[in-house]
Write a protein that binds this ligand. Structure first.
Ligand code: IMP
Length: 192
């Protein structure tokens, strides 16, 4: 199969996608290999729509099969928020730290802290469009812990683990994470 374009400008995501896909001998290109491409606005009402929008744009722009992911953190006590708004929970252009701080403020005094990361991966090759979902259940702890990963990783402890995603090694996170699970479904699809 020809190369796959990873339709993301987020270096943390690219790193994770790369780590999982590279051992399978898939040639990967990044958006940086195609200067002139635009930042696709994530303005769809759901993760599926945003992932598809990004993958369609980059497939058309590069002519390569394109893979895009959109991820949301769904917190039960907040009725599923921040969800599709996870990147801008504390406002447009909010930093990871500001988003985490707002999340911890909103959960102040709340005992039920269950949450899940949900990733939708869209793969668009010009003829077909396919979606793959990955979910990782867990809970939001009270204070950030750990230095690895990105985003909400320091406050998300996956179910069955004593450490946050930011304390776990990248290998362990990739094996159990929302993004890893969605990607393993994608790899099964490629094999088929
Ligand atoms: P995006 O819209 O898919 O880029 O992701 C939305 C936001 O969710 C990001 O800005 C991060 O804050 C957060 N996020 C996405 N993936 C992860 C992850 O694997 N760990 C922690 N936070 C994540």
């Amino acid at each position: 199969m020809e190369a796959i374009l990873l339709a993301s400008a987020n270096p943390h995501k690219i790193e994770e996608l790369w780590q999982i896909l590279e051992p399978f001998g898939i040639e990967l290109k990044s958006t940086h290999d195609f200067p002139g491409g635009k930042d696709v606005e994530e303005n769809q009402p759901g993760l599926e729509g945003n992932a598809l929008k990004k993958a369609r744009y980059w497939n058309q722009f590069t002519g390569l099969p394109a893979l895009a992911d959109d991820t949301g953190l769904e917190v039960d006590a907040l009725d599923g928020a921040p969800g599709v708004y996870s990147a801008r929970y504390a406002g447009k252009d909010a930093t990871y730290e500001q988003n985490v701080a707002k999340l911890l403020r909103d959960l102040d005094g709340i005992k039920k802290r269950t949450a899940r990361f949900r990733t939708v991966i869209a793969f668009v090759d010009g003829e077909n469009e396919n979606l793959f979902e990955g979910i990782c259940e867990g809970e939001i702890i009270h204070k950030p812990k750990g230095e690895n990963g990105f985003g909400y990783d320091p406050v998300f402890r996956p179910a069955g683990y004593k450490k946050t995603f930011a304390e776990l090694s990248p290998e362990v996170k990739n094996r159990i994470s929302h993004r890893g699970r969605a990607l393993f479904k994608f790899l099964e699809f490629l094999k088929g």
